[in-house]
Design a protein around this ligand. Structure first.
Ligand code: C2E
Ligand code: CA
Ligand code: CA
Ligand code: CA
Length: 277
């Protein structure tokens, strides 16, 4: 009897997952057309000055049936069904539009980093699309950076090194995201050039209790200096973590200590209220 019940519960959650999966795949076009996909921005802060020196664009899906969906519930599915490029193209356009609107209204707009999926390069000419869109909205290229995750680079495929070279030759900065979360980190640093090394937040999860976290972080920061990359640690949640990172010379920090990802208007309100500078 007991067994029966757990089995049913298990089936139910599987069924929900299955339904959401199909909902996502079947509704991505509509969601884009109807403006349900939103760009949230999370500030990147300079350790030296404490000022915002950039924003990361993070996708949200404000769905009329499911409510606010986080990337955790749709990115993987869109990748699995090879639809992710639709979302990433839309985010490019939204960010460029936000930039143009801000500049036209004489509002400041720091550089923005966008997350690209490895599949974007395979499924469409994402670099070409980026160049066209940037031109259409007259956005200076130095305002757009591209974040690529480490796992995206572990597949031995030819188009990705070329894509990275192209991006850089067109004037975009390329960041290595989630550094240290995969298994080929150091190789990747040898074979590609990145402008910013984004250190995975896993190193901070047990920061106070795990004595090994500090020397590891310090060495990654030093390594990035020696390889002429800026270092950025993400997932900074406490003052203790921030002070340590500041002390070891980590150039930039990002995390809930400063701000969660929020809509652009909310970010502006926080700046006006003096919560961020
Ligand atoms: P990511 O690029 O590594 O982004 C960092 C994630 O950590 C974000 O989750 C952010 O909200 C969260 N985060 C930031 N600061 C903190 C903190 O202090 N503590 C904790 N616990 N979390 C923090 P989010 O927005 O849910 O995005 C998850 C992932 O989805 C991203 O990881 C990225 O890989 C992917 N993603 C998000 N937007 C896009 C997009 O437009 N395109 C693509 N291809 N992927 C995206
Ligand atoms: Ca990222
Ligand atoms: Ca990351
Ligand atoms: Ca990630």
């Amino acid at each position: 009897k007991h067994y029966d019940r757990t089995l049913r519960l298990y089936d139910k959650s599987l069924e929900d997952k299955f339904q959401l999966k199909h909902y996502i795949v079947n509704n991505i076009d509509t969601a884009i057309e109807n403006g349900y996909i939103k760009v949230y921005y999370q500030p990147v802060v300079s350790s030296k000055t404490g000022c915002i020196c950039g924003l990361e664009a993070l996708a949200r899906w404000q769905d009329p049936n499911y409510g606010l969906l986080s990337p955790g519930s749709f990115i993987e599915i869109l990748e699995e069904y090879r639809q992710i490029y639709k979302l990433d193209k839309y985010i490019i356009e939204e960010v460029c539009r936000d930039y143009r609107r801000s500049i036209d209204n004489k509002l400041p707009f720091p550089p923005v980093s966008l997350n690209f999926s490895r599949l974007d390069f395979e499924l469409c000419d994402i670099v070409g699309y980026l160049c066209e869109t940037v031109e259409k909205y007259d956005v200076p290229k130095q305002f757009i950076d591209i974040e690529i995750t480490e796992s995206a680079l572990t597949d031995q495929q030819d188009f990705l090194p070329n894509a990275i070279k192209n991006l850089r030759s067109f004037g975009y900065k390329v960041w290595l995201d989630d550094f240290g979360s995969g298994y080929s980190s150091l190789n990747v640093l040898k074979d590609y050039h990145f402008d910013v090394l984004k250190i995975d937040m896993k190193f901070l999860t047990d920061f106070s209790s795990n004595e090994k976290a500090r020397p590891i972080l310090e060495n990654i920061v030093n390594l990035s200096k020696q390889l002429s990359m800026l270092s950025l640690t993400e997932g900074v949640e406490t003052k203790e973590q921030f002070e340590f990172l500041e002390n070891i010379g980590c150039d930039r920090v990002q995390g809930y200590l400063f701000s969660k990802p929020v809509p652009l208007e909310t970010l502006r309100e926080k700046i006006s209220a003096g919560e961020l500078k």
